[in-house]
Design a protein around this ligand. Structure first.
Ligand code: ACO
Length: 428
């Protein structure tokens, strides 16, 4: 009769141990009993970059990286992108179930009525240099919000958590749009509560002299789909930052600023910006083979390719490609799409990429749509952050309510100097 356990023999001592297996994992603390001497701490597992360590049990996102599957709360990403809205998906991520019609109305009302930011935040944004990267502005202003809502520290209070969740989802687009308008020197456009979440974001970004801004429904829908695709992605770098900082019981604004800072990195959410810079640098299909050679020589990375978990096509990239066609019908084709498609075609035939299972990820095509919609390139990571906000908050709340969680505190293997005596400066 097979047992759900792992038998380990420590060849240093000849002792045998039986470690229980649960949900395909062993508990790392079970290794501690494997000791050389009673006062020894016991065996540690060493896993830089968390290549093979589950840090939590989560019921939010499911990914099968080999099959290219992504689900939120059990629902396939394809169905949500086609049939849901971003705010409904946000509700799903945070509550675990799709809302009824009345629950959705209430939820949309509550988010819509938290979109305005305190006037002092505007002054704070004014203080940034004219060419400040909007993601730097976003990270800082999200952190600054914590000083406006000191009650957010009461993370054990369900009502307080709920209010901060409304505020963060509602104010993320306002902060993002204001960051943009500051850098281009345009007056801030205030939220318009008559519009949808995504339509209002387009209003705050692009409203010029018209009395009332009317978003184009095709662009509004396309951006809403992009937000849905970015809404959660289990334990990625920014979500781990959110959980890690949140585990110290920091308020959610401070934790989300940390998450957004992690997202800013070019290996994570900053990749969409780098993809567009790369495509512009390549400039024409003729230059692709030489660029691929530079990638294979290790001089540059093919941005928007590769993923820690997906070793097959990223399902979000498939949906984005379809959405791009709808946007281009309206805006005209972004010429870099031809370079991207050819780059993908060549890369997917090349043994370097095939053998390493490097496929386009969500960032490879998203920026091409954003650019066609007239978003400046440096806004791309900020768009990612708006979409990821409900996911960060759902993961943060799940972590707080999980009785198994404590302050996140990895171990280390010390490789520094052994004990030595301090020498006065004249004797060094
Ligand atoms: N271009 C060229 N080679 C690559 C790329 C790439 N984009 N990605 C991985 N490789 C190669 C590595 O050089 C390595 O080769 P080696 O075995 O010969 O050393 C192999 O593939 C494995 O790569 P790792 O870096 O070990 O994979 P890891 O899981 O640590 O990295 C990451 C994943 C960071 C996404 C990586 O693929 C990358 O840098 N991609 C480009 C940036 C990007 O698109 N990031 C967005 C990710 S999706 C997201 O965050 C939303």
């Amino acid at each position: 009769m097979p047992k759900d356990s792992l038998t380990v023999i420590d060849n240093r001592t000849g002792k045998q141990y039986e470690l229980p297996i649960q949900d395909g994992t062993i508990h790392a603390t079970d290794l501690r009993q494997i000791q050389l001497a009673p006062d020894d701490h016991g065996l540690l597992s060493y896993d830089p970059a968390f290549m093979n360590t589950a840090a939590c049990r989560s019921a939010i996102s499911f990914i099968d990286g080999d099959k290219g599957i992504l689900r939120y709360r059990g629902y396939p990403i394809e169905q949500l992108a086609e049939q849901s809205t971003f705010l409904e998906t946000a509700y799903l991520l945070l509550h675990g179930e799709l809302p009824s019609a009345s629950e959705l109305d209430r939820w949309v009302f509550d988010i819509t009525h938290h979109t305005i930011i305190h006037e002092n935040i505007k002054k704070f944004i004014d203080g940034f240099h004219h060419d400040a990267h909007p993601m730097g502005v976003f990270v800082s202003t999200v952190a600054a919000l914590s000083t406006f809502y000191p009650e957010a520290k009461h993370i054990e209070d369900e009502r307080s958590r709920r209010d901060q969740i409304f505020r963060l989802i509602a104010k993320a687009p306002t902060l993002a749009a204001f960051a943009h308008r500051h850098t281009v020197g345009m007056p801030y456009a205030y939220p318009d509560n008559d519009l949808s979440y995504t339509g209002n974001f387009l209003n705050m970004m692009f409203k010029a002299t018209e009395v009332k801004y009317t978003p184009h429904p095709v662009l509004e829908k396309a951006l809403d789909i992009l937000f849905i695709l970015h809404a959660d992605h289990e334990q990625n770098a920014s979500t781990s930052a959110m959980r890690g900082v949140g585990s110290a019981h920091a308020d959610p604004y401070s934790a989300m600023a940390a998450a957004a800072a992690a997202l800013y990195g070019p290996l994570h959410g900053g990749a969409n910006e780098q993809v567009l810079r790369m495509l512009h640098e390549i400039g024409s299909k003729d230059n692709i083979p030489a660029y691929i050679q530079r990638v294979k020589n290790g001089e540059v990375r093919l941005m928007g390719f590769g993923h820690r978990i997906y070793k097959n096509y990223d399902p979000r990239a498939t949906i984005i490609k379809q959405t791009a066609d709808q946007v281009f019908d309206l805006t005209g084709k972004n010429p870099v799409i031809d370079i991207a498609l050819e780059l993908e075609r060549i890369a997917l035939q090349d043994d370097y990429f095939v053998s390493r299972k490097l496929y386009p990820n969500v960032d490879f095509y998203s920026g091409i749509i954003y650019e066609a919609m007239k978003f400046p390139i440096d806004m791309f990571p900020v768009l990612f952050a708006i979409g990821r906000t409900p996911g960060w908050l759902a993961q943060w709340q799940e972590m707080l309510l999980d009785k198994e969680q404590k302050i996140a505190r990895p171990r280390q293997v010390y490789i520094g100097s052994p004990l030595r005596d301090y020498a006065p400066i004249e004797k060094r």
